[in-house]
Design a protein around this ligand. Structure first.
Ligand code: GLN
Length: 488
């Protein structure tokens, strides 16, 4: 029999529907796969064996009619799931079992998707390598000595090592797209507000966006449709129809589409191999009938500094809720220490170095006297970047750029240099500041490691990403990792 873990999500769903296999068999195959390889990859922080099998049994009993019923999924540990540990990669949430489902989680369950477990991530989604997880790093299945991207490295590594055909990520500054790029998988950041943030542990609320991750464009679109749509529990949720993403993912044609190459997102700082694959990708888009022009977005060069003021500012406020009283860890509660001391001890032990760095940075940027100079200024830059996008849409339908400047780097290589780590986001952050959708699609290899093609679209035109992705994937199939370490 074919290896069930190698099927795409849509193939899996079809096989379950026509009863070639049962959902329980599919789920068990993935649980077995996790047991075999995750000791080396460390994609999962928690595997929900019982919950997954129970959901699969319901699918086999015919409870869910949807297009992804019975398909296994890996859920980033930043989304709550009732009764299942949720840590956001932090010690401060160790042992916390949320009393409710995030809207994304609830929609997955209602669609009959089988949630295998929670995936590893940089603490509170702050990072580009998953090395800032309090629970140890995840390893890239293409080369176990390298990073799987971040913050959603557990989700991308689970896909690339065939531990799940679907995963959920969240993207505040690139954490869906950069992990997709460096693992040769597909990752889509929907339009801000397109997928509910209810139950998503907040990092930077004006930027955080959950989205689909998969090995194929169609699978990502099917997942997108399940999780997207208006949610009254999230005040920033958009009350508009979900863009026709599945139809677009089946279209495979971009004849006449106007593609803009962002002038500012290339050249210095981009590895030659990354730039070469990107240039080839642009040629492929031309061959497929797209009209390609260069577009200047002059304020994109200020996106990184603006983001590293706005995101830490919002984080410093959001993370105040971890106060030793409401959730998880509590340190020094000996009847002698005051409440303030217990809070300080808990936060000192519960947060890692990167999280503390951002809380300090954000608190400083928001403090009276500095607010206008830092936070206020960054918000103005955000407006200018949004205007760059608006001007671009006058002449093109989508923008393209490399997803990130490098291939997967060795574990440890950037850990001592926060700015080098931050530079991973230089090409992904503009779309977060603007709020429009953006995706990363596999674009071949450089030195044997995956490179991503980034596509950015106007707000609520998520369908355009899938249209480009489906045509590009048909012309250049995603690379397949050898996983030689499995048999070593
Ligand atoms: N790497 C970026 C950061 O560290 C983006 C993280 C994210 O998108 N969650 O903030």
């Amino acid at each position: 029999m074919t290896d069930l873990t190698r099927l795409t999500a849509s193939e899996t769903a079809a096989a379950i529907k026509d009863r070639t296999v049962s959902a329980v068999e599919v789920t068990q195959a993935h649980l077995d796969r996790i047991a075999t390889v995750d000791g080396q990859v460390h994609a999962f922080l928690h595997v929900d064996t019982e919950g997954a099998l129970a959901q699969a049994r319901k699918v086999d009993a015919g409870e869910f009619p949807g297009p992804l019923a019975g398909v296994p999924l890996a859920l980033k540990d930043v989304l709550t799931m009732e009764g299942v540990p949720t840590t956001a990669g932090s010690k401060i949430l160790e042992g916390w079992r949320p009393p409710y489902d995030a809207t994304v989680t609830a929609r997955l369950k209602a669609a009959g998707v089988v949630i295998l477990g929670k995936t590893n991530m940089d603490e509170f989604a702050m990072g580009s390598s998953t090395e800032h997880s309090a629970y140890g790093p995840t390893h890239n299945p293409w080369d176990l000595t390298r990073i799987p991207g971040g913050s959603g490295g557990g989700s991308s590594a689970a896909l690339a090592s065939y531990q799940a055909p679907l995963a959920i990520g969240t993207d505040t500054g690139g954490s869906i797209r950069q992990p997709a790029a460096v693992t040769g998988t597909v990752g889509v950041k929907p339009t801000y507000g397109g997928v509910s943030r209810y139950g998503l542990v907040a990092f930077s609320s004006s930027l955080d966006q959950a989205g689909p991750c998969a090995r194929t464009v169609l699978d990502a679109a099917l997942l997108h449709e399940v999780i997207a749509g208006h949610d009254p529990h999230d005040s920033t949720s958009i009350d508009a129809p979900v863009p026709p993403v599945v139809e677009a993912a089946r279209s495979r044609h971009i004849r006449g589409l106007r593609v803009g190459v962002v002038k500012e997102l290339s050249g210095e700082g981009y590895e030659p191999g990354v730039q070469a694959r990107f240039d080839e990708a642009v040629e492929i888009l031309k061959d497929l009938g797209a009209t390609v022009t260069e577009v200047s977005c002059p304020h994109f060069v200020y996106a990184l500094p603006a983001y590293y003021l706005i995101a830490p500012s919002e984080a410093s406020s959001n993370l105040a809720r971890f106060d030793s009283v409401r959730y998880g860890l509590r340190v020094g509660d000996d009847g002698v220490n005051s409440l303030e001391e217990v809070m300080a001890l808990t936060r000192a032990q519960g947060f890692g170095a990167e999280v503390k760095r951002r809380i300090i940075l954000g608190t400083y940027a928001l403090s009276s006297g500095y607010y206008d100079a830092y936070y206020g200024q960054a918000q103005k830059v955000r407006t200018l970047i949004t205007r760059d996008f608006a001007r671009a849409w006058e002449s093109v339908d989508v923008l393209v750029a490399p997803t990130c400047p490098t291939v997967a780097f060795p574990l440890g290589a950037k850990l001592q240099d926060p700015l080098a780590m931050y530079r991973q986001d230089v090409a992904s952050i503009p779309s977060n500041l603007y709020g429009g959708p953006a995706a990363s699609f596999p674009a071949g290899l450089s030195d044997g490691l995956p490179v991503g093609l980034q596509v950015m679209a106007p707000t609520l035109r998520d369908d355009l990403l899938y249209r480009v992705g489906s045509a590009f994937e048909a012309a250049l199939p995603a690379p397949v990792p050898s996983l030689a370490w499995e048999n070593a």
